[in-house]
Design a binder for this molecule. Structure first.
Ligand code: TXA
Ligand code: MG
Length: 479
């Protein structure tokens, strides 16, 4: 323990000299013309191996989550997490991996720290942040002293925490700065299951406010390099402006889409899924059903709820959507520079030329788009396709080799097998970024066609929700 404290003090000194003073008073922020701060950092990427992290304490058999202490076996991992904690304590930002996407973290109890998140992302200041905790005991630092989760919330916490689910909770306004919750009376809270995220929170000793670590409006980051690119590139494409001292690299995110955001406080008899995400609606219903908390056909009795999904069986409300309280509605999301086109292939056909309608639909879109843009013809049009390995769309476009007569180049990014929406979720943002940015050996694409999933079960609902937001156009092709 003494050793730990000594090393912490040493890191603090090193951090302070390397970053010319971490205290809020010594850092002056000026906005550049595009709203990003002028202050720059030499970003350091800290690799932390998740397998070296263990939790012990009270909670579920396999998962101590009520009160958890962290053990970090690997000295390098411990050192990296301590460095990051010290930066966070000094009001700086640290990006870290979660099981969903990378988060851009700040001390949630410190207004100055949290406000830096908005500047670094270029995020509108009325879009509230999710707060991350490492164990249940940390909830007390956010909610009113007498707060007790409802039976429905207790069931969800027991079933899905730690994990990709965010619950809106009543907030103690004296405990959580207004900038974090954007003046709202509810706070989105989640306990991530990624060991590195939980270890960082536990080592820091305070909850972390963290939105996805992308520049506002861009696809969420599922790898440390995505964060690095977004946090060093200004909107006009200049690089070099590092907007945080550390990015913790814990590998690629396993879930790949963000957490499911749930509002169980606005209506006592309704559990509202405001944003579909890593936990599927069917799993939520099943968890409540087994505990007799889900309303059945006979109607409601005390303590039971009905699950409603916003935009699906809960009607969209344009007044509500002008408020940022409906996640992902007010602001443009997930949008690469390229046009994203959602391709919905309907029906099935056994005839061998069933592919033709897909190619025709794409060609029509491409020629309209290049005509409308009055494109200068200096470069051959680059077309990206994100599709399932075993789908008709993939077979139709890629099984016969490249067609020399076509006036564009095709680049494919695999979304995995049609049988596994989990793979598609993991690869979704990676694919949009790779095809949009011309990374990973792919050319920078002008248009990205993305194959729609055939059904929206489980994480499929979240994938389609993100694609509908990213897409400029939707093309339906009937075979
Ligand atoms: O998986 C995730 O949730 C990731 C990782 C980093 O944890 N975080 C994330 O945060 O996706 P963000 O800020 O990119 O998206 C959170 C969404 C926003 O659309 C925000 O409007 C909504 O949740 N939100 C946060 N607090 C809210 C509140 N009190 N009421 C309604 N919506 C809220
Ligand atoms: Mg986000």
């Amino acid at each position: 323990m003494r050793l730990w404290l000594a090393s912490r003090a040493l890191h603090r000194m090193v951090f302070e000299s390397a970053h010319d003073g971490p205290s809020t008073s010594t850092v002056t922020w000026r906005q550049d013309t595009r709203g990003y701060p002028e202050r720059t950092y030499p970003i350091q990427i800290l690799s932390v191996n998740p397998t070296s992290i263990r939790f012990r304490g009270k909670g579920k058999e396999k998962e101590p989550y009520e009160e958890a202490q962290v053990d970090i076996e690997d000295g390098d991992a411990l050192e990296s997490l301590e460095k990051a904690s010290i930066a966070l304590e000094a009001s700086h930002l640290v990006a870290f991996p979660t099981e969903t996407v990378y988060g851009l973290g700040a001390n949630a109890l410190n207004a100055e720290a949290a406000s830096r998140i908005f500047r670094a992302k270029g995020r509108p200041t009325d879009n509230p942040l999710i707060v991350h905790i490492s164990d249940l005991s940390m909830l007390q630092r956010l909610t009113p002293d007498d707060y007790k989760p409802s039976p429905v919330y207790s069931a969800l916490i027991d079933s899905f925490w730690p994990g990709p689910m965010t619950l809106l909770l009543p907030v103690d306004e004296a405990k959580v700065p207004s900038v974090v919750r954007c003046g709202l009376k509810t706070l989105g809270v989640r306990m991530p299951s990624h060991p590195v995220a939980r270890a960082l929170i536990a080592t820091s000793g305070f909850p972390l406010a963290a939105p996805s670590a992308n520049a506002s409006g861009r696809p969420s980051p599922t790898a440390a390099m995505h964060v690095y690119r977004d946090m060093t590139t200004s909107r006009n494409g200049e690089t070099g402006k590092g907007r945080l001292p550390y990015i913790i690299d814990g590998g690629s995110c396993q879930v790949g889409v963000e957490s499911t955001v749930i509002d169980g406080v606005t209506e006592s008899e309704e559990l509202r899924v405001l944003r579909p995400g890593g936990v599927g609606v069917e799993d939520i219903e099943m968890a409540l059903k087994t505990r007799h908390l889900l309303q059945d056909a006979e109607g409601i009795s005390l303590g039971e709820v009905v699950v409603r999904v916003y935009g699906k069986d809960l009607k969209r409300d344009t007044v509500e959507e002008a408020n940022p309280t409906t996640p992902g509605m007010k602001y443009r999301h997930y949008s690469p520079d390229a046009d994203v086109v959602l391709l919905v292939v309907e029906g099935s056909s056994t005839s061998s030329d069933s592919a033709t309608p897909i190619q025709e639909a794409m060609k029509t879109y491409i020629s309209q788009r290049s005509g409308a843009a009055n494109r200068d013809m200096k470069h051959q049009l680059q077309i990206g396709v994100m599709s399932m390995d075993d789908s008709k769309l993939t077979a139709s476009l890629f099984s016969h080799g490249t067609n020399k007569s076509q006036s564009y180049d095709l680049h494919r990014f695999s979304l995995g097998s049609q049988q596994s929406p989990k793979q598609a979720a993991q690869r979704l943002f990676e694919g949009l970024r790779a095809l949009d940015g011309g990374q990973d050996g792919l050319n920078k694409c002008d248009i990205i066609f993305v194959e729609a999933l055939r059904d929206e079960a489980g994480v499929g609902l979240a994938i389609m929700n993100r694609l509908q937001k990213a897409a400029e156009s939707v093309i339906h092709v009937r075979l």
